[in-house]
Design a binder for this molecule. Sequence first.
Ligand code: ZN
Length: 154
Amino acid sequence: MAIRMIRKGTDEALREKASQVKEITPKIIEILEDMAETMYSEEGIGLAANQIGIPKSLVVVDLQEGELLELINPEIVQAEGKEVEVEGCLSFPGILGEVPRATRVVVEAINREGEKVKFEAQGLLARVLQHEIDHLEGKLLVDRAVRFLEKEEN
Ligand code: ZN
């Protein structure tokens, strides 16, 4: 495993649309493991492959509860409610914005065994999943934020 460089700010990799993963190869597993290691090293709670310069549909999430979610080709198939909360992003250090997100989502994805998984998420997990799946579309916190926090509010 290796810690990868996180792409930041105006890096074009962040605007690239991720392509679907067609086959789960050892390379894909290695990327997922590197993503987790990179996320943990930065004390993040989610990371999309675009953020390490790989435009593939891969996301890792861990709300610092030790339960790592590895999602291949994740998709939001249902979304409900709306809530505005403060969000940050490892690609935009020091920036915090208020972002409206659905309060409840249903996500479909593939796990590393190639099995289809479908689950419901609420609250912070729902927010992180929407944020990371946005990354796969080249959409960023800075596009979604309705207001940015001033330094003294951080
Ligand atoms: Zn992010």
